[in-house]
Ligand binder design. Structure first.
Ligand code: XUL
Length: 539
């Protein structure tokens, strides 16, 4: 049997097809459609519509739909899609798609003779979708927080305090700024449930993993939390999809896909967010280990049995595909910050790695706060890059950005895991062993690189398999599903160096002091930095 997993991320749509035949399992195909390159007519840069305001993060939902059509056509040419039993997917979290009342009919009667996008044109009540990179909704966050009785109350129920990118505040902003558009909205989907709806030919429900990225769902009850829904916008409840268990079959692949591209009537399993999907894709079905994904955003996440909410208000608790929970902290300045430094230094990626390997840990006391774009953790609304310590000499910029990212992850994820012994590393930059070495040294943990780099799409394929197998066997053990697929790459283990880890433990409070100063919350850290610079030369 074949299972298809799709991941609609910020910059691309990726597919992973796996074959599961008894104990035999293998990845049949991995392929990606890059939005900027394959669909240049939408005018996106890194999958986002350019805007002079760095706080604005929007993308065209039509582009995601067209990418799906391109991908399904490509898959049908590459493999025998006839034995695909089930399809699931994941998408960048928090982004929302606004549809008018015609969508229901259009989705159910798509004409296989016409391209998908030509038929969707009239179905949107809002042409663009706010995505996770948008941070324009500070005021709406405040309003919702006040209306539900404060930050702790909101976090205790929904798993997170109000965050600008979360869908609730985004919906409120749309309601406030475009009342007519809001009134014309019949259904608000997340990117995940929008894509699932296109595949199934009917409005698909949400599952708790992605729904918990909205500040609207009661985590424990797994249903919409009325006070938050009412605080967000009037009449919102009737515009939201239902919430179902993560393994729910939301329909069969609609005739459009069968007739246009030759797919079978495969089951469509509820889609989730890219981070919950990656949890499965990196093989973390149980508590004990954490994962770091180095993608457009860098995220650190791990399974949780109970939904312990972060008291510091930094992180999030989401539903996990297993039915349990996961903790997550998100850092917006991920790959784009690394890319900025690489490009500014005129280096190739192998040159970048070489420089990283040949610069000293601790960077002779040079510390950077690499907020090239607004930052989520810690919250920074106006992009600004801060530097402390001796003047940069070019090469030190490379080490500074990587050390800062790892330090920040270690510092701001303490709420989730006090001790970290093993990290499963995924995402595009996880192929870079020099970056993984800095990660291992900062955390003092063993780092394992995953065999399949596209962990969100792999997780989606495994979720499809799990749901399909569940129909025939009353209980399906997640360990059996992930075995043989979400495995670390043989020989990929990166071990921490004890001396370097000791150095980074000394550097951590210095980094924290620089961060506090840059945020306007702490004294000038110059003396601390100088002292650290003097003692860091020992390595
Ligand atoms: C998670 C988040 C990002 C997006 C990226 O909360 O905002 O990781 O999911 O696709």
């Amino acid at each position: 049997m074949l299972y298809l997993g799709l991941d609609s991320s910020t910059q691309s749509l990726t597919a992973v097809v796996v074959e599961i035949d008894g104990n035999e399992r293998r990845v049949v195909l991995e392929t990606s459609v890059n939005f900027d390159e394959a669909l240049p007519h939408y005018g996106t840069r890194n999958g986002v519509l350019p805007d002079s305001d760095p706080a604005v993060g929007i993308a065209p939902p039509m582009m995601w739909a067209e990418a799906l059509d391109v991908m399904m056509g490509r898959l049908a040419k590459a493999i025998d899609v006839g034995t695909i039993a089930a399809i699931s997917g994941s998408a960048q979290q928090h982004g929302s798609v606004y549809l008018n009342a015609t969508a229901t009919q259009v989705f159910s009667a798509l004409d296989p003779a016409q391209p998908l996008v030509d038929q969707l044109r009239g179905t949107f009540s809002r042409a663009t979708s706010p995505i996770w990179m948008d941070s324009t909704t500070t005021e709406e966050c405040r309003e919702i927080t006040a209306a539900v009785g404060g930050e702790h109350q909101l976090a205790r129920h929904t798993g997170s305090r109000a965050f600008e990118r979360f869908t609730g505040s985004q919906i409120r902003r749309f309601f406030k700024h475009d009342r007519i558009g809001y009134e014309a909205t019949d259904r608000i989907h997340l990117v995940s449930s929008f894509a699932a709806s296109l595949l199934a030919g009917r409005h698909a429900p949400l599952e708790p993993g992605d729904a918990s990225g909205m500040n609207l769902m009661d985590l424990a009850a797994r249903e919409w939390w009325r006070p938050a829904v009412d605080a967000t916008a009037p009449g919102l409840m009737s515009k939201l999809p239902a919430i179902v268990e993560p393994w729910t079959c939301v329909g069969t692949l609609s005739p459009y896909w069968q007739m246009r591209h030759g797919f079978p009537a495969a089951q469509v399993i509820a889609w989730t967010g890219d981070n919950p999907s990656s949890l499965i894709g990196v093989g973390l079905a149980r508590e004990g280990r954490v994962a770091i994904s180095l993608g457009t955003s860098d995220t650190m996440f791990g399974p949780m049995t109970e939904p312990h909410v972060d008291d510091s208000g930094t992180g999030h608790v989401f539903g996990a595909p297993t039915g349990a929970y996961m903790g997550l902290t998100c850092f917006q300045n991920g790959s784009l910050a690394r890319e900025q430094i690489r490009a500014a230094q005129g280096m190739t990626w192998s040159g970048f790695s070489h420089v990283l390997a040949s610069t000293p840990p601790g960077n002779n006391g040079r510390i950077m706060l690499p907020w090239f774009a607004p930052e989520i953790t810690p919250p920074v609304s106006v992009p600004s890059v801060h530097r402390y310590g001796p003047a940069s000499d070019g090469a030190s910029e490379v080490r500074a950005v990587i050390e800062a990212q790892q330090m920040s992850m270690a510092l701001h994820s303490r709420w989730m895991a006090r001790t970290v012994d093993v990290i499963h590393a995924t995402g595009g930059a996880a192929v870079n062993r020099e970056i993984l070495q800095v990660m291992a040294d900062v955390f003092g943990a063993h780092v394992l690189q995953l065999r399949v780099g596209n962990s969100a799409a792999l997780g989606a394929a495994m979720r499809a398999a799990h749901a399909h197998l569940r129909e025939h066997h009353r209980s399906v053990d997640w360990d059996d599903v992930v075995a043989g697929l979400a495995e670390p790459l043989a020989g990929s283990r990166v071990d921490p160096n004890p001396d370097r880890h000791a150095l980074y433990r000394e550097m951590m409070p210095v980094y924290a002091a620089c961060e506090a100063h840059a945020l306007g919350r702490g004294p000038d850290p110059r003396e601390l930095v100088d002292r650290f610079a003097r003692c860091s030369v020992r390595l």
